[in-house]
Structures are given as C-alpha cells and as structure tokens.
Design a protein. Structure first.
Length: 561
C-alpha cells in the first residue's frame, strides 16, 4: 500500500507541478473526478500524507546535532552542522531537510479538499480527516518553531493561495491554529490506532502537550499529558526476563554490583531501555504512541523509505558513518548509578589519562564506572561491549580516518542488531516520534512549573528511573521547585537523547548561550568551534524561498539575517 502511495505522490508532483517555496502553487488537477472516487483512492491519499512522519523523524534525529548533545559530522546530510557551529544563514539552511517545505502540507490540503467527494464509510472518512489534520499540524509546528512567522496554507485552491495566503502569518497565530487542529483531530481519532504508525487520539493529545510545554502553556500541557496517562493504554516498556544474549556483555568491569539480584536489575534496566526501539517489540511495546515506520528494501535509498540509523550512528568498524556522535557534555550529563550528579574530568586531565596514541591509563576508565544504565545502553565509549550486534565486539575509538567519530564516542541507542548484516542505510526499525516516557516528563515539568514539587511529579519521574533500575528521586535534595526543575531538565536530556527534544529545550529554557560551546575529543583536540547569537532562536528562511516569495524578505530582515 505504501508503494502505491508513492505513485500517488509522483502523480501529484507530475500533474500539479508542486513547488516547495510557494512562488506559485500547483493547480488542483489531482482532485478531478478521475481520482477522488473510491475508498481505495482515499487510502492512497492518506498513505501519501504519512510521508510527513518519515521526514519529521529524519528532522528529529538531526535536531540533536543542532544541540549540545550531539555533533553532526557531515553538512551534506543536514543543516544541523551549520546550526551547531553558529554558521547560520539563508544559504546554509537551503540544504537537506531544511524544514521549510510545503510539499507535504499541500498533499494534506489536497486530501482535505477532496475527501468529501469519495464514496466511503463516513466514520472511516472522519478518522482519515483526523489523521491528516494531525500530520499537517505537526508539520506546521516544526516549521513555525524554527522559522517563526510562515505562510499558513490551508487550501489547495491556487487562486485563493495567490490572492490571500502567501504572506507570513505570526508564529503565535500558526501555533494557535496547530493546537486547534490537534484538538479537533483528537475528537475524530480512535483511542487506539490500527498500529503505532497510525495516529490516535492519544497521539494528538501527546503532541498537543509537547507543543504547549514548549510555548509555556503549562496548565494545558499538564492537562493533556494527564489525559494520555489516564487512558491506561500506555506504560514504559520493560523486559520480563533476560535472554542469554542480554547478559553477554561484561559490565562487571564498570559496575560494582552488590549482589546477584543487583546485577539482574541492572541488566533488565539497560536492556529494557535499549530494546524498546527494536523492531521485534514494535507491536507489543506499550510505550509507543506514534512512530515513523520504515521498511527494509534491497536497495540503497537515503531518504524516506529505509531507516539509516544503523549507519548514521555506528562507527566505521561496523560499517557505520559516525554521522551523529555524542559530545563529552552528553556523556557527563548521565547520573551516577546512585542517582547523584556525575563529576566529570576536565578536558586536560582526561587527555593525560587517555594517553593517545598509547594505551589509556586504567584511571581513565573510572569516568565510566557506576553510571546510569541508560549511559551504557546509549553510548559507545572505549571498552563498551555489544555482543548482540557482533559477537566479541568492543568499541575502540579510531581517531581520524573516514567515517570515524570526531568526538571520541558513538551512539548505540536507536540501533537494532537485527539489521547488523545489512548493507548501509537499509535498517527497517521505526523511529519514535511520541512515546510514553516523554508524556511523563511533560507532566512532571509542567506540574512543577505550575505548583512546585508534589507527589504526582515524583511519581512520574520515579517511573522513568525505576524502569532502568535507578533509585527514586531524593526528595530531600530535590525538594524545591528550582532544584526539581534542574533534575527534570537533566532527566529529559538523558531519557530523550537522540530523539531531537534537546534542540527545543535549550532554546525554550534560554540556556543555549551557556551550553552551545566548542566541543573537544578525549585527546583535548578541538572537534567543532561553536558560537551562539540571540538571533539563532529563529532560523532565516532558506534563500530559495526568499528568492521565490518576496513576501518573506521583510521577515528575514526582522530576524537579523
């Protein structure tokens, strides 16, 4: 069905002459009676709109590269490399996945303009309308958050577009539209989706809560997050037992286990966090609210069909590109296993102990000992094993050379060993656009901002910690609103790393000037110079968009670009 959807997209693109930059909008020829007749036509149109999910997932995993979490090595893959360096201009955001595109919005508009013409079951029609309104709203949120004021296009009627809708609309009005659309979509959608790659009422409410949190509407963010929590349909993914493969990695080198049960709890926590992203658990994972679904095909395709995280994350010795690699700051953020904040080495001391190009001093590895299980599940550091991916494999950083990490570390999070034998960029696992752990974090942050620490906030945070065998929040240490705020922020960073949320968080918390600093590898060699200016809160419109739509020029100047 998805292949047929791509044929629909090609038909639309060819007949309608789709133009991303709104210089002129495609005529509505695809909506002729030749197409919009049957329920199958409606299904094809709906499937085409779902390419938004795949492309947003691509944006989200690179958003981390535009934050202090991650270094995005290759500028040809994403503009995250330019953003993180502070090399932001209309020219540099013209590249891959600029986020400023109306192609998918137009697919949704055409669908919504024509779905009433189709002879089909009306309840199904209403669900389809809810799904498409959700997808269009999601796309508009990403666009408005990054670029500020943008044209708000809600019809495929060319005359109306050219007459009324090419002038940018205030960001606040676009977000108001987005939230209203998500509320309307929630009323049309089923409580439980057909599968997690389809939108449900809970997905609409969870996305609505995310956006409300980002824009500081804490009351509604808490309310909508709680509505998802109260459905009783979602919980954190937990393995009930360990397999032989799960315990092959010798973490006793890094973790001081107090007894056998402590060891079992550690491994269960590590593997539960790590394996929630595996394709094998997709249909049974109660944590997934909405995912971008991919497939495995015997052909290289960089964008849109296969999920390349098994290539983008991994090091060269297992056929990866090291495209997205964690910063030292990201490693330092992980708690100690007793729940306390980690006190890292400074860069100079670390370099002495690393002793490159000779064997590291044994004291170098102390920095990796007794850490949050999510640390070991998410990060490749020298000595971290992963027998499930490749028997006998232990990560050793290869400084320099093609496709090696420039930060000294690689990500292993979001990589499924099921695809270890496939050629590059042919992974088929899904990417979580919305999962229950984030809903708990939204609720915790919003409620703390509204009323300070309370039992429900600690309960939400403790669920996340308990899943990975971390101790409950120490309420004597984190008993004030300010202290708990800092814990919640760091918990978000750890739990949601490489899922794109840090890009939004450091901007909405106004901490980007403090955290977007130059990054170094374990030898204290400079990896990337990073700078920050206040205007970077909003990106310039891509130069191609300004060239084709002069109505954007004034907004460009107002943003200081």
């Amino acid at each position: 069905m998805r292949k047929l959807a791509f044929l629909y997209i090609l038909l639309l693109m060819g007949v309608a002459g789709c133009n991303d930059q709104l210089n002129q909008y495609p005529p509505n020829q695809i909506s002729s009676p030749a197409f919009w007749k049957t329920a199958n036509d409606a299904q094809l149109g709906l499937n085409a709109c779902y390419q938004i999910a795949q492309e947003l997932a691509y944006d989200y995993w690179y958003f981390d590269g535009a934050s202090d979490n991650t270094y995005s090595q290759y500028a040809w893959e994403s503009y995250a490399t330019y953003i993180s360096a502070g090399n932001i201009s209309a020219a540099t955001v013209n590249g891959v996945s600029s986020g400023y595109s109306y192609t998918n919005i137009n697919l949704c508009n055409i669908f919504l303009d024509n779905i009433e013409n189709v002879q089909m079951d009306n309840d199904t029609r209403q669900e389809y309308i809810g799904e498409v309104r959700f997808l269009r709203a999601f796309n508009y949120f990403i666009m408005a958050y990054q670029f500020g004021d943008v044209p708000l296009v809600t019809t495929s009627n060319t005359a109306e577009l050219l007459k009324n809708q090419l002038t940018p609309v205030k960001e606040s009005d676009v977000i108001k539209f987005v939230l209203e659309e998500l509320g309307a979509a929630a009323s049309l959608l089923p409580a439980t989706p057909v599968d997690v790659s389809r939108v449900s009422k809970s997905a609409a409410l969870a996305l609505k809560a995310r956006i409300e949190l980002i824009y500081g509407d804490y009351a509604n963010a808490a309310k909508d997050a709680l509505a998802v929590m109260n459905t009783g349909k979602y919980s954190l993914f937990r393995l009930a037992a360990l397999s032989e493969t799960d315990v092959l990695d010798a973490y006793s080198r890094f973790v001081n286990f107090t007894n056998d049960q402590d060891s079992v709890n550690f491994y269960l926590g590590l593997r539960s966090y790590q394996e929630q992203y595996y394709k094998n658990f997709e249909t049974s994972n109660p944590e997934l609210i909405f995912v971008a679904m991919y497939t495995t095909i015997p052909k290289y395709q960089y964008y849109g069909v296969t999920n390349g995280l098994n290539t983008l994350n991994l090091p060269s010795d297992v056929n990866g590109w090291s495209s997205l690699t964690p910063s030292q700051s990201m490693l330092d953020a992980y708690w100690n296993r007793d729940g306390s904040a980690h006190a890292p080495l400074d860069n100079a001391a670390r370099a002495v102990l690393y002793n490159y190009p000779n064997t590291p001093d044994p004291a170098y590895f102390d920095d990796f000992k007794d850490r949050d299980p999510r640390f070991y599940a998410s990060i490749f550091f020298t000595g971290n094993e992963w027998n499930a991916y490749q028997k006998g494999y232990s990560f050793v950083w290869g400084k320099g050379g093609s496709n090696n990490s420039q930060t000294g570390y690689n990500y292993r999070k979001l990589v499924d060993p099921a695809y270890s034998s496939l050629p590059e960029f042919l992974g088929g696992q899904s990417f979580p656009l919305l999962r229950y752990a984030e809903v708990l974090l939204i609720y915790a942050e919003a409620t703390n901002e509204l009323s300070g620490p309370e039992k429900t906030v600690y309960d939400a945070l403790d669920q996340i910690r308990n899943r990975v065998s971390m101790p409950p929040v120490d309420q004597t240490v984190y008993g004030s609103q300010a202290a708990l705020r800092e814990l919640i922020r760091n918990e978000r960073r750890i739990e949601l790393t490489e899922e794109g949320q840090r890009y939004f968080d450091i901007r909405r918390w106004n901490i980007a000037p403090q955290v977007m600093t130059s990054i170094y590898d374990p030898t204290n060699s400079l990896t990337q110079v990073r700078t920050w200016q206040p205007k970077f809160i909003k990106l310039p419109y891509p130069q191609q968009a300004v060239d084709r739509n002069p109505n954007l020029a004034a907004g460009q100047a107002a943003k200081g670009y």
